[in-house]
Design a protein around this ligand. Structure first.
Ligand code: ZN
Length: 453
């Protein structure tokens, strides 16, 4: 039949027109579809303090969020996004022991909009914000899920079984020990014979304090240990792939248990897992537990792999003691940019820490502590510089707590990287820091404390 091909041809052409129309319609309603943002990576950082979910993207994303009750859910809609396998991998990244997230569901809610539904284990205060490219990261969209009730560091330590409930009482003003008692606590135990210098220091300190009527309880000395970086912020990295955040956490944990072997010393870690803690929060935590000392642990890095040696830093009131120290402080202070803080909260936090107060007394005490610790570290590793250096490290800005930052060694130096990964070296380093702290306390017994809170 001659008509058949004609009909067929008409039919085909009508279909083609329809198809073209559909494409056109799609193009009108979803104009950005061709440039849909790409999710490059998803990361989850669960911690008791807060759980963070990061979506790293090739462009800045717009997200809206809301909470749905019964059961508790956080719903997030992200515009200009198509579902891809990287984003779908988020589902498998939520661990069953995540403190706040039960599970997450990911779906294309409507063209161009991806919806994430976080099923929650408890009520949370979400912070949703974006970060511009920083460090090795492109654009980031961040969901920080905080517990509604703020975590109290002392309660958290007790809950973990790290501190006893009595410690809380012992930390109170009624528990002030006599100077004599404190000296007794600080004397080296009989297992290790003190060095001659230390004996002399203890004698001098003993002569300086007058005996008072005996108190009933002995005040606990609280030391805040601050393993640098964590979570989104890996810190420096070595040639062989080791990361500063892992090494310093390991050293800090060793140091904690060695310090707690000493009588009447308890330790608070500003972080005890792999998650990011903003610099101001580290200081806040130390102040909340009324720490007697703040010790931040880091591992140095430099472009030249030959740079080596340990160093100790304290805060500076008027500029840095060297350009290298200033450079290092800038680098360490960039932790907040790479780790990622919500700018809205950040300003509030800094304001609470950096109130206008002379920090001269703090710096003087910190120098004494720094010298004592540097002297001991010098016995186990070459020193980068023979003296304590000063610069404007944000993490050392507690106005009322002697604070030091230890650069344990250069992770960028392959030989020192190997040392930093060595268990025996980590132990030796921790022992040296313990001895340095004891020497400091022996010379500067923490008597009555007038706190600024
Ligand atoms: Zn560092």
């Amino acid at each position: 039949m001659p008509s058949t091909p004609q009909i067929r041809s008409q039919h085909v052409s009508r279909r083609t027109v329809l198809k073209a129309g559909a494409t056109l319609l799609l193009a009108v309603t979803v104009p950005q579809r061709a440039n849909a943002a790409q999710i490059l990576a998803v990361r989850v950082w669960p911690a008791d303090d807060y759980t963070r979910v990061t979506l790293e993207n090739d462009t800045d994303l717009k997200a809206t969020h809301f909470i749905v009750k019964d059961p508790e859910r956080l719903v997030v809609d992200i515009e200009g996004l198509d579902l891809n396998p990287t984003l779908k991998s988020l589902v498998a990244k939520i661990q069953s022991n995540d403190p706040y997230i039960k599970q997450v569901r990911v779906g294309q809610n409507r063209p161009n909009v991806v919806r994430l539904v976080f099923d929650l284990k408890e009520e949370v205060t979400p912070q949703v914000f974006t970060l511009p490219p920083a460090g090795n990261y492109k654009h980031r969209l961040i969901f920080d899920l905080y517990p509604v009730k703020e975590v109290d560091p002392i309660a958290a330590m007790i809950e973990k079984g790290d501190w006893s409930a009595d410690d809380k009482v012992a930390a109170g003003p009624a528990a002030a020990p006599t100077p004599k008692e404190q000296l007794e606590q600080l004397k080296p135990d009989t297992r290790a014979e003190p060095r001659e210098e230390l004996k002399t220091e203890l004698k001098t300190a003993e002569a300086q304090v007058k005996p008072e009527k005996p108190g009933k309880m002995v005040r606990m000395l609280t030391i805040a240990l601050d393993p640098g970086h964590g979570g989104e912020d890996p810190g420096a990295s070595g040639k062989n792939g080791s990361r500063e955040k892992d090494i310093v956490l390991s050293i800090a944990k060793r140091l904690k248990s060695k310090l707690e072997e000493q009588p009447n010393i308890r330790v608070m870690l500003t972080r005890d897992a792999d998650y990011f803690v903003p610099l101001g929060t580290r200081v806040d935590k130390a102040r909340k537990v009324q720490a007697d000392l703040f010790v931040s642990i880091h591992a140095d890095a430099f472009v030249q792999p030959t740079a080596r040696g340990s160093s100790v830093f304290v805060l500076s009131e008027k500029g840095a003691t060297s350009s290298a120290a200033r450079w290092l402080a800038d680098k360490e202070n960039a932790a907040d940019v790479i780790g990622g803080v919500n700018v809205k909260n950040h300003d509030k936090q800094l304001a609470s820490v950096l109130f206008d107060l002379s920090t001269t007394a703090q710096i003087n005490d910190s120098m004494k502590l720094g010298r004592a610790v540097l002297g001991e570290i010098g016995g186990i590793n070459r020193l980068h510089k023979g003296s304590v250096e000063q610069a404007g490290f944000a993490v050392l800005k507690a106005p009322d707590i002697p604070s030091i930052l230890i650069e344990t060694a250069f992770i960028s130096n392959p030989e020192e990287e190997a040392k930093l990964l060595d268990e025996a070296y980590q132990n030796k380093l921790a022992d040296a820091i313990v001895t340095g702290i004891r020497r400091y306390f022996a010379k500067n017994p923490p008597l009555s404390k007038n706190r600024l809170t």
